[in-house]
Design a protein around this ligand. Sequence first.
Ligand code: HPA
Length: 278
Amino acid sequence: MADPSDSELARVLEASAYLRSQLGDVDPEIGIILGTGLGDLAKNIDVSKTVEYGDVPHFPLSTVESHHGRLILGNLEDRMVLAMQGRFHLYEGYSAKEVTMPVRVMRELGLETLLISNAAGGMNPLYRRGDLMLITDHINLQGANPLIGANIDRWGPRFPDMSAPYNGELRALARKSALDRAIKLQEGVYVSVTGPCLETRAEYRFLRGIGADAVGMSTVPEVIAAVHMGMRVAAISVITDECFPDALEPVNIEDIFAAAASAEPSLTAIMKDVVRNC
Ligand code: HPA
């Protein structure tokens, strides 16, 4: 019987070989996953090449309207970056392995650092819509894990350590950037759920009670895969809605996008500083 891990590895190697052929001999160092409403960081990249997801063998295709689906290679703050404009979520029907496939490909291309943004609901009562939150730690409540199945030893160990998934030096750079620029930067724990429905009041109360400051539907699978492969990771959430169970307002997805857009200049500035200095 064919070892299923062989086919996962084979798919990733085929995709990375294709991308290598497209990128030429440029070696990007930093991967960036641009989340909901945050795709405009891409405008700051001096683009040398874009590749549509649909052209990469085995790459999933983004089904969310607000997400583009392409990889951007280019110069950002004098560093070569490879940015994913458009990411994948479990709620689209993808498995955790499919969601993390692009991160596996990034590592195969030699990238060692991964920066991520996302939209999240704020449950910490001190948070306000439009705030940024530097993720200090996470709780995986997705009932899925990209590492389930045969371990691919080439990528990392069977039981990877998760004592510090979010790199301390990158976090310090983000914190310094925010301080220098007088940007309010919260720090907290992100809990991942599958979505796509938002949470009930009882669920927000529960998620807050287990120690989370913000809740969202992405990021954790990618972080697990990246940490498995020894990458340095930093992630920042835009708090797009206030999820206080005793004062919960119905949430409108347009409001979520508007909050993400309003936070975009601050998030872009911090990400650029981290890229320049990391
Ligand atoms: N819950 C889950 N995901 C989210 C939320 C939320 O309240 N806001 C933005 N993404």
